[in-house]
Design a binder for this molecule. Structure first.
Ligand code: ADP
Ligand code: MG
Length: 621
């Protein structure tokens, strides 16, 4: 038998490795930027032509390489960053595998210019097909400049695999952002063809985040900064009101390296429980710092996946940190259960000097601490976090409890008294948890309901509040023990023509639609609506249309039934401009605070605005 096993030529091995490390132009941009960061650069300029297909040029003012190193850096497994396996446990550099330059050189034309800080003259190397083609001395500033041309010129399969310039450019920008966010002290620029897209000067982290995302993000950011002796977390999370239906604004860094980590992502989402409708993702740019010995960064060649020894520990720091952050910024109501007598006031800005200690601020207070193990429950969203819900409820109820809990505002403030007084209270007293006495409650512009609480003033959007209430009621009908919602039988059933697919869908959904009070029967080339939800303020046609639209939409984590419920709720809710009777207002507000997510309507819009008394006091200064 002849021998069959041969060693692969170096260049072929490199091309194979390149398949793992360099999938697209953006991967090369990432590797080159990271090398520049590792080289201690304070300025890094990136330029791409044709989304990186034609040229990727990365220029840095880092330490540079001496001649021998410059020649060696294209060898496989050539790295200056580790010398032994032990070093793997103390890695602080981005790279360490010594694969990137070897891979890139094997699938592109590379021109390297570099000058080490200790040399007077630089050197230029031209690599072709992984081999040195030319070598010349050059005069240049200290640092390194790498031009990668015609990426994948010898790997047509890869080249053909690339997407449109727009898509590839999006990937390049993503990688650029990831590196730039993690190194706010470095000056980065990104130029596309001949136009500069980003010029990010050294800045604070907040300014860097704004530089990357745009100035309107300033008001969206809630800072997080806490640590234990094992792990630290700092950065920003987005206010829930700005969450999006698409992912893409979630950035997690571990020791300044961008990573993806499902568990941590879920922990962060859990921190938003009750603040976000299902299917929405908040922005976050969070940096974890962990002793490198406690992680294994080596499990994936592109190193965006990571394993921790201490998942548990990290979750138990992360979740309350984010919640405290959200609480402090009055995004979530922060109540003080421990200090019953204190005013509930959001923490003051750090630089504010308080003249007299009349205000007690408990900055450590965590409105969610009643919750069981952190990260324990899944954020299904519809029946969201008790902590959140209790906090809102308590804010409301405490103001009205008999027996002295009600603050002076509630009892004595005659100025705010509205028509909703005596009789309304009496009506509700029987068997109602919330005993209403002399409750000041009035309607503003036939649009808002205003009511006082112990710690300030609540303004409720009547239309959105009603949507939230109806939505939760409808969703409850879906449960096995739920009783169907009330139906109004139509005197003249409405026949609606539908195409075969739509007809099939509606008929298949008939059972659960009936639970919402929508009664449907089959009809020639379509369906017939025989009964409508009692309070629906729309035509059968537009209701069916709305349902069909929800069929097409895909929203992660939200069932079609829930989305249809939201649309129905919107069609049934009391309109803006409708004058409400006092008892209707009381009923609406009470039902709202019986909801699991009173603060948001089913589409994620704000339902309640809370003015803390310190805000009011401020105005009277
Ligand atoms: P790794 O980054 O994993 O070490 P690379 O193939 O990316 O492997 O780079 C190989 C080596 O080349 C690095 O370890 C470093 O010593 C050197 N090098 C690469 N890029 C630069 C740069 N921009 N400035 C200085 N040295 C560099
Ligand atoms: Mg590298």
């Amino acid at each position: 038998m002849p021998e069959v096993i041969r060693q692969l030529p170096e260049n072929v091995a490199n091309q194979i490795a390149a398949g793992e490390v360099i999938q697209r132009p953006a991967s090369a941009v990432k590797e080159l930027m990271e090398n520049a960061v590792d080289a201690g650069a304070s300025r890094i300029d990136v330029r791409v032509v044709d989304a990186g297909r034609t040229l990727i040029h990365v220029m840095d003012n880092g330490v540079g390489m001496v001649e021998a190193d410059a020649k060696r850096c294209f060898d496989r497994h050539a790295t200056s960053k580790i010398t032994s396996a032990d070093d793997l446990f103390t890695i602080v550099s981005k790279g360490f595998r010594g694969e990137a330059l070897a891979s890139i050189a094997s699938i592109a034309h590379v021109e390297l210019k570099t000058r080490h800080a200790s040399d007077e003259c630089g050197i230029q190397l031209n690599m072709e097909g992984g081999a040195l083609a030319q070598e010349t001395p050059v005069a240049m500033e200290g640092g390194t400049q790498i031009a990668v041309r015609h990426l994948f010129f010898n790997v047509p399969a890869r080249r053909n695999f690339l997407k449109s310039d727009a898509v590839e450019m999006r990937h390049v920008i993503d990688e650029f952002h990831r590196v730039a966010l993690a190194h706010e002290a470095i000056h980065f620029t990104l130029t596309r063809n001949d136009s500069e897209l980003f010029d990010l000067r050294p800045a604070t982290l907040r300014k860097r985040v704004i530089g990357v995302f745009g100035s309107k993000y300033d008001e969206r950011l809630v800072p997080v900064d806490e640590s234990t002796d094992v792990v630290g977390v700092k950065g920003f999370v987005g206010k829930p009101a700005f969450a999006r239906r698409t992912r893409g604004e979630q950035f997690l860094f571990v020791n300044q390296r961008f990573v993806k980590h499902g568990l941590i992502h879920r922990t962060i989402m859990n921190a938003y429980e009750g603040l976000l409708p299902p299917g929405q993702y908040p922005l976050y740019v969070l940096f974890l710092t962990i002793d490198p010995a406690r992680l294994d960064v080596n499990i994936h060649p592109t190193k965006t996946e990571i394993k921790f020894d201490e998942d548990q520990h990290i979750q138990s720091l992360l979740l309350p940190s984010i919640r405290r952050g959200l609480g402090k910024h009055a995004v979530a109501p922060s109540l003080d259960f421990d200090q019953e007598s204190s005013l509930n006031i959001a923490p003051l800005p750090k630089d504010r000097v308080v003249a007299e200690p009349v205000v007690q601020v408990n900055t450590d207070y965590n409105p969610f601490q009643s919750k069981a193990a952190p990260g324990g429950s899944s954020g299904g969203g519809l029946r969201p976090g008790r902590g959140q819900m209790d906090a809102w409820k308590s804010l409301y109820e405490k103001a009205w409890q008999p027996g002295g809990e009600a603050g002076p505002v509630a009892h004595e403030e005659h100025a705010m008294q509205s028509s909703a007084s005596g009789e309304v209270g009496a009506q509700l007293e029987a068997g109602d948890e919330v005993v209403v006495k002399q409750r000041p409650l009035f309607q503003l512009q036939n649009k808002y309901i205003v009511t006082a609480t112990k710690s300030g003033l609540l303004v409720v959007d009547q239309h959105r509040a009603h949507q939230r209430i109806l939505y939760e009621e409808l969703v409850r009908q879906l449960e096995p023990e739920g009783t169907p919602a009330a139906t109004q039988q139509l005197l003249f059933p409405a026949a609606i023509d539908l195409n075969a697919a739509d007809q099939l869908f509606v008929l298949q959904s008939r059972d659960w639609l009936a639970k919402f009070g929508l009664l449907i029967a089959e009809h020639d080339d379509g369906i017939e609506v025989q009964g409508m939800p009692l309070e629906a303020d729309t035509t059968p046609e537009s209701l069916i249309q709305a349902i069909l639209e929800e069929r097409a939409a895909e929203v992660a984590g939200v069932s079609r039934e829930e989305r249809v419920a939201a649309r129905l709720a919107a069609s049934m809710a009391v309109r803006v401009g409708k004058a409400l009777k006092p008892e209707e207002m009381v009923d609406l507000v009470d039902r709202l605070f019986g909801c699991s997510t009173p603060a948001l309507d089913p589409f994620g819009r704000t339902v309640i605005v809370n003015f803390e008394s310190n805000e009011l006091e401020q105005r009277f200064r």
